[in-house]
Design a protein around this ligand. Structure first.
Ligand code: KIV
Length: 325
């Protein structure tokens, strides 16, 4: 049993849901846009209460919560389950679902059908796809179907192998020009926003004046219109290699391990549960129960069978419905 989630859990119900025009306006006003990833109901509630502007159910979920070695294996169904959980914990930020590798590249029809599932089945406001090239046409098709699209250029983890691994991109003039071309093509295709990932800050600075839609950076310096970080990276939940562009704002993994270890120690030393964690029963009921159980143990007694069965049912119902007291 666990505590039942309170939905939506927001301290500030006066805050209205973030809209696409507001995101565009932020760029115009030069007000930094905050995006974070989330992959489940509790992380969505954290993002909601922290007051971020946009939440991305990134395919980084493949590595952060599903244990895959890269973002490539995650399926549409897995992403939809995570995105739907995030939706249930989110009220205000714009919710963007990441189209996983292999779910949009083959044709416009495939791209539109997958994007529609993110909107219909998971309640996403928008979708994100990676790369320029053929993705530009897919983005245009999804936009034409009425679904807002965020583009993603620079380091695109779905095709990291082709890019030579998880490394900074656009480090030559020619590659930076290619990135500029992709960014402008995605904007022309109707993308409402772009992600620039892992490119030199100076390159981002040169490209920003060429892009009319809000650019969210991750490892692209300060000149972008906003920033995004992976939830598990910024809170120190995820172990493994930490990219240069990550700033850790907490070390939750250590706290979580310490908490579970303290619980295990308490159980092994019979310190948990304590008197404050147990349910009570009226002493008279207990006396009656003991008498009935004594009769039940008599080899000839059969009368106790029915009451024994109903007692078990009552107890299990209470524990699964969260009854307290
Ligand atoms: O999948 C993801 O989390 C992302 C962000 C890093 C932009 O694509």
């Amino acid at each position: 049993m666990s505590t039942a989630p309170v939905v939506p859990n927001t301290p500030d119900i006066a805050r209205l849901p973030v809209t696409l025009p507001q995101i565009a306006e932020r760029k115009r006003l030069g007000e930094p846009i905050v995006m974070v990833t989330a992959y489940d109901h509790p992380s969505a509630q954290v993002a909601e209460q922290a007051g971020v502007d946009m939440v991305l159910v990134g395919d980084s979920a493949a590595m952060t919560v599903l244990g895959y070695p890269s973002t490539v294996p995650v399926s549409v169904d897995e992403m939809l389950m995570l995105a739907a959980a995030v939706r249930r914990g989110l009220r205000t930020p714009l919710l963007i679902g990441d189209l996983p590798f292999g779910s949009y590249e083959a044709s416009d029809e495939q791209a539109v059908a997958t994007a529609q599932r993110f909107v219909k089945e998971a309640g996403c406001d928008a979708v994100k796809l990676e790369r320029g090239g053929s993705s530009v046409q897919r983005a245009a098709a999804i936009v034409a179907a009425g679904i807002p699209v965020m583009g993603h250029v620079g380091l695109t983890p779905q095709t990291a192998t082709a890019l030579g691994g998880y490394r900074a991109q656009a480090r030559t003039a020619q590659r930076a020009l290619a990135l500029a071309h992709d960014a402008r093509a995605l904007e022309a295709a109707g993308c409402f926003s772009l992600v620039f990932e892992a490119i030199p800050a100076a390159v981002a600075g040169e490209l920003m004046p060429l892009v009319g839609v809000p650019v969210i950076g991750i490892g692209a310096g300060r000149s972008t219109d906003g920033q995004v970080l992976v939830f598990h990276d910024l809170l120190g939940i995820h172990e493994g290699l930490t990219p240069r562009f990550v700033k850790r704002y907490a070390a939750l993994k250590e706290e979580m391990v310490a908490g579970v270890r303290a619980y295990a120690d308490d159980v092994r030393a019979s310190r948990f549960p304590g008197p404050e964690h147990v349910y009570s029963i009226d002493p008279e009921e207990l006396t009656e129960l003991r008498a009935a159980l004594a009769a039940y143990r008599e080899p000839t007694a059969v009368a106790g069978t029915a009451s024994g069965a109903s007692g078990a049912t009552e107890e299990s119902a209470a524990s699964s419905s969260g009854v307290s007291g």
